[in-house]
Each structure stands twice: as C-alpha cells, then as structure tokens.
Design a protein around this ligand. Sequence first.
Ligand code: SAH
Ligand code: SF4
Ligand code: F3S
Length: 455
Amino acid sequence: MSDLKTGQTEQAAADTPAPKKLFIKTYGCQMNVYDSERMAEALGGQGYVATEDMGDADMILLNTCHIRERAAEKVYHDLGRLRPLKDANPDLKIGVAGCVAQAEGQEIIRRQPMVDLVVGPQSYHRLPELEAKAGKGGKAIDTDFPQEDKFEHLAARPKARRAPAAFLTVQEGCDKFCAFCVVPYTRGAEVSRPVERVLSEARDLVERGVREITLLGQNVNAYHGLDANGRTRSLADLIWALNEVDGLERIRFTTSHPNDMTDDLIEAHGSCAKLMPYLHLPVQSGSDHILKRMNRSHTAESYLRVIERIRAARPDILLSGDFIVGFPEESEADFQATLDLIREVRFGQAYSFKYSTRPGTPAAERPLVDDAVAAERLARLQGLLTEQQRAIQDEMIGREVSVMFERKGRHEGQMVGKSEYLHAVHVGDNPAGVGEIRRVRITDSSSNSLRGILA
Ligand code: SAH
Ligand code: SF4
Ligand code: F3S
C-alpha cells in the first residue's frame, strides 16, 4: 500500500483533485497480503492513495479470511465497529473482499447493510467498476469465477521502491478437498500462472529493490504453468528459471502439500543455491484413521518418508507444519500418534489449530470432540512444538547464518532481518542497510527470535 503514497510530487498534487484515501485491513494468509497490494494498485487508477488512518479514509476495504469460524466472525465484529465512521461520513465506501466475501456474498449485506461492495478473490481486477457502482445506496457484488485471468487484467504494478522481501502468487485454488477446509470453495479450482508472467513480475520486483521472493499458492507445489513454448512446467522448473534472475538472491515458496513433493522439487532443495532451506509442509494429523477421515490422501508413514527424502537432499532444512486437533472422531490414541509424528520430525516452526466446523464442508456433519478435550490437546501439542522450536533455535547459537536485513530494530543502531531458515535475527551496531545480506554469528536465542553479531 505504501507504494501508492510515494511518487506523488507536490506539483502533481497541486494540479489534480485531492486524492481519495483507501484503508485496507488484511486478514488470513499471505495470499491475502499479496491480494491487498494488488487491490490497492487497482484502485490507484481510480485516484485512491493509501492511508494508515481509518478515520481519514474515503473507502475501507476488509480483505477477509473464512478458514475458521473465529476468523469469519471477526470480520462481522470489525464491520460493526465501522458504524460510527459511516454515520459521520455517509460517502464513506465500505467493501468486503477475500474469502468471507466469496463464501457469504449477499449474506454480508443482509447482516451489515452499510456494506457497499462485496468482491470475491477471483474478481478483484473488476474493483474499479465495482467501486464506481458502490455507495450512495448502490450495492456492488461480484463473487464470480470469471473466465478472464485477473492477473492479466490488473493494472501494471507501480514502479515505486519496495521492501526487500515480497510475495508473488504463482498458483491459486485447490482441488484437494480436505474434509474440513473451505479453500476449494472460496478460491476455486487450481490455476497456475504462465512461467513468463511470473518471471516478468519477478524482474519488475527486483528492479524495485526486492531481493527475496516467496512464491505463493494454496498448493504451490502443484504448480503446472505453461512456458513460452506451451510446455507445462513444474514448480521446480519455475524455481530454476527464477534462479537465473540477476539481483534476486532468495527464493521461498508456500504452502505445499505432501503429495506434491516431487523428486525435482526435492532435488532443487539440494542444489539450487537461491532456494532457502525452509519448508512449510502441513500434515494436520499423525493418525492414519484421522488422515483418512480428513481426506488428506497421504498417511503418517508416507509423510515421514517425504521428510526423509527432503532431509537427504538438504540436511539442515528447517521444517514447519500445520496441525488440527480435535477433528471429529479423534481419540486420545489418534492424538498420541500426532505427538509421535511431531517427535519423529522435529519441527522448527509450526501452526496449530483447534478444529473449527465450516458449514458446507463434509466434516461439518460429524459429531464434535468435546471442546475442553480439544483445548487440552491443543495445549499439549503446542507445548511440544514450542519445546522443539526453542531447542532448534538454541542449536543455532555459535553458528553462522546469512541474514537479509528488513527493518530497523527497537534499539538505536539495531537492525532486524531473516536468516535463511526464516528465523528473525536482531543485530546491533548498524550492521547493514535494509535489503543487504550479511553473515552473522548467532549469540543468543529468545522466545521468538535470535540475536547475533556480524561474522
Ligand atoms: N493449503 C494449505 C493451507 C490451508 S489453510 C494446506 O493445504 O496446507 C491453513 C491451515 O489452516 C491448514 O493447513 C489447516 O491446518 C488449518 N485449517 C483449515 N481448515 C481448518 C478448520 N476447519 N479448522 C481448523 N483449522 C483449519
Ligand atoms: Fe484446504 Fe486441504 Fe486444499 Fe490445503 S490441501 S487448501 S487444507 S483443502
Ligand atoms: Fe483464509 Fe482464504 Fe487464505 S480462507 S487462509 S484468506 S485462502
């Protein structure tokens, strides 16, 4: 969003009408972060510039997440809190974008009539038309899955300087239909962007100061984009092509599915210098019975074998995962199997959730595990994951890592960056500027970050 703020010279400001102000709040996953940037750019053409102050906005857009009940309810709660702003300024336009928009459409306006605009994740290239239609009593709703490619219909990204780490969506949607998950319904079928489009967006980002790109997809390793010759390319092929982009120093990707960890991708982890040694590979449960009921189409054993092959290719890789506890029918023995799997893998980082019923998904019909039991299991699971995370962080002490600096720290002269393993690292004494990459020796580990000195 800050892109839109720059580039407006005083001269230009004097000659043109006062810009309208846009405030975007982003919920949910990294893809929503990427989408919010692109939506801000699309509305830039309508004369909107970003504001950090909600009270000052002419348009407020909530880019929402539907993954768990609490995420969706938070959106309604936040909408309720916008009421006084709308009362004070009837011209204020309020829009709901993202996965709640897709899942609930019209229902949002029924529950919150002050909402002027509802736009699903596949239609945000149509925002300028929708924005023009919305407001003063007019409502604009678009939750289609249109034929046209939204990425190609979006305005070119402005040339303003960027922070050194950026997201780039290469794949969207999911065909896996896990029994608990709304994503196949909110994001639609798996679609991959063509290789050349990804490369040109990556080159553009690099020209604007980006040195690290995280490739995004709901199932990013199911990527199968066409190249210039009309051949289908894998995620590994795409990574190798990005490896050739001068000035791009680091490549990451997220989120992957265990069944799509192909040999070429595992091999790339061993041999592609720019591909960082970090992999987020959700498993959800360690119990084959539960995995089957989740429709995950892999077993605990097959997951462990994939991990084994990845570690053979890249022994120092840091592994991250997602877990759901309290899935319908989960017994204490099923839960113990999840703890066993966690002990066997050793995760450096993880996200864990209590199962949340999502209307319309197959699991929604099944009897729930008692809430107190699920909460207690979640606490035990998180205890183990935190222990592993701390142990792996502590093992970094005395080691040298490479840190890309992203921002100033809280203390004078301190800079904060990310290591190749995605650990946040704090370094004092003005070690480098934003975007620079330096070797750092780790000296300390605290709950969520590491501290170090230039090596
Ligand atoms: N595409 C990714 C991530 C999907 S959503 C993948 O397949 O791994 C991110 C995480 O949210 C999931 O991995 C899962 O752990 C969690 N999640 C999804 N639906 C959920 C639900 N109904 N209740 C609790 N957690 C859920
Ligand atoms: Fe959801 Fe499963 Fe698809 Fe991931 S693979 S987005 S958890 S349905
Ligand atoms: Fe949420 Fe949609 Fe992302 S449901 S996790 S914002 S794909």
